[in-house]
Design a protein around this ligand. Structure first.
Ligand SMILES: [Zn+2]
Length: 502
């Protein structure tokens, strides 16, 4: 019987998750994952011991660090990929029965579709090596399913046309969009983003295909619309902008909706998604009135379990409390990580009441999402060795009136590694604003909100900012850059000179 994934009472969903977890661990993961078989053994957890979500607590977390360390080991990353043992399988009564009924060949074929990796995406870390995540056909079906749900929640229609402007790469967002459109039988053209076709190429395709849904990274979509406005190109008939790859705050939505209106598409809705390579899926917001607060990211309880834990202690926090997002898949094959610590913090936590906006009963991740580790120590005139939360600065700048897009650079004064830190804020203002009064306003509110002041604010063209962000070149745009490591002292400076200089 086909069930509605998003309509079941929450208690029923949780019972189903318990059942699915027990079955998934004992029958799929532990028999086939070298990494988790060893881990469970090392921690003395039996094959059938994790029977429900509460028991999951006994399983150690897997984190980005675990995976990076595995990259350095021979076969380390491979140990996370499910590899069934053909001989052991051949002895299983259910497999024997199936072979008798359907024939050996057909059983082998179906096993191969379930387990053989045929597709890959990878993480986009700037500093660390990318970590590959493998998919079998079984995973691609899940990817289609999860993608289809993004379209459902965005209220897309068959007659919509999608333009996918995510960078063309082995990157979850690009492929999720591609498969989502296929799943829902909707026309979709994938431009590959700025690197493949350039801004002009993207705008030409928008003119030709007249998309009603634009999908991409917030900064790139913003740049595209700004460029269209500068070129005098109208973009009519747009209904939705779907964003991924970066967090999206209310200010970004408002700016995009305003821009779209000026381009001839009033009343659009902006839908953010939250996903990560390790989950092999993304969760969307539902389509909501942009004037109202988002009700959060709607998760798929049948595809995985979301836990919210205290980032310090690792203990689960009650529903509706802030904490770090931890994910365990329930249907994945290929690369599988259990209790994966995302390093992302949700401000509103997980809520399990019915969504007041769309009436769906699935759990939602609410509030702003930030990286756990965005606290940087800065040495400024009045703030020697102070820990500053750059997440907060990012949210603040994204939300700021008058600021179109921006970049904040941390560097060393005089390019000297021993000197004070400096903050340079580059701003591309929303069109038609007076730069000088805006600079003063920004400085004032920056200081009030953040208790520190940028050393300088410079106004730049959208083109320059786009280059600095690495739009089209990087998979994550560089909105906050720390160049303090790059400071070099070219010639030794005598101590008295330093003093005289200061
Ligand atoms: Zn909803």
């Amino acid at each position: 019987m086909k069930r509605n994934w998003d309509k079941e009472p929450i208690e029923r969903q949780m019972t189903r998750q318990d059942e699915a977890l027990k079955k998934y661990l004992s029958k799929v993961v532990l028999p086939n994952s070298a990494y988790y078989r060893n881990l469970f053994q090392a921690y003395g957890i039996g094959l059938n011991e994790v029977r429900c979500m509460a028991d999951l607590q006994a399983v150690p977390f897997t984190s980005k660090e675990t995976l990076v360390a595995a990259l350095a080991e021979p076969d380390g990353i491979r140990s996370f990929v499910l590899e069934p043992d053909a001989k052991a399988l051949a002895r299983k009564p259910s497999v024997i029965l199936k072979s008798l009924l359907l024939g050996k060949k057909s059983v082998r074929k179906s096993m191969e579709r379930e387990f053989r990796p045929v597709f890959m995406t990878s993480t986009t870390g700037r500093s660390a090596d990318p970590i590959p995540f493998l998919y079998s056909h079984h995973d691609l079906n899940n990817l289609r399913k999860a993608g289809g749900r993004v379209i459902e929640l965005g209220d897309a229609r068959r007659k919509d046309r999608i333009l996918n402007a995510f960078p063309y790469a082995p990157h979850l967002a690009y492929w999720l969009t591609h498969y989502a459109a296929l799943e829902k039988n909707i026309f979709c053209v994938s431009t590959g983003g700025g690197k493949v076709m350039g801004t002009a190429g993207n705008l030409r395709l928008i003119k030709k295909t007249r998309p009603s849904i634009l999908v991409g990274m917030p900064t790139f979509i913003y740049h595209l619309l700004r460029q269209a406005e500068e070129d005098g190109q109208m973009i009519r008939g747009l209904r939705r902008i779907v964003l991924g790859g970066e967090k999206v705050v209310a200010g970004t939505r408002r700016k995009l909706a305003d821009l779209a209106e000026r381009l001839g598409s009033p009343g659009i809705r902006v839908i953010a998604t939250y996903g990560f390579t390790e989950a092999k899926l993304a969760w969307p917001e539902c389509s909501h009135d942009p004037a109202k607060e988002s009700t959060g990211y709607h998760v798929s309880p049948d595809l995985g379990i979301v836990e919210i834990v205290d980032p310090e202690t690792g203990w689960p926090v009650p529903d509706g409390h802030p904490g770090e997002i931890v994910f365990t898949p329930l249907k994945a094959r290929g690369s599988v990580v259990l209790r994966y610590r995302t390093g992302d913090l949700t401000e509103g936590g997980l809520v399990r009441d019915t969504c007041p906006c769309c009436g769906r009963t699935v759990p939602r991740i609410t509030g702003k999402i930030s990286r756990v580790s965005q606290h940087l120590s800065v040495n400024m005139e009045k703030l020697k060795g102070t820990l500053v939360d750059f997440n907060e600065i990012e949210h603040f700048l994204d939300d700021l009136e008058g600021v179109g897009s921006w970049q904040l650079e941390l560097s060393k004064a005089n390019n000297d590694p021993l000197d004070l830190d400096e903050l340079t804020l580059r701003i591309c203002p929303e069109s038609g604003l007076d730069n000088r009064s805006l600079a003063n306003e920004i400085c004032e509110s920056f200081e009030q909100a953040m208790e520190l002041r940028p050393n300088r604010i410079s106004f730049v063209t959208p083109e320059e900012l786009r280059k600095r962000h690495g739009v089209g070149d990087l998979l994550k745009e560089e909105k906050i850059v720390d160049r303090r490591q790059n400071a070099v002292r070219s010639t030794p400076i005598e101590p008295h000179l330093v003093k005289a200089d200061a």
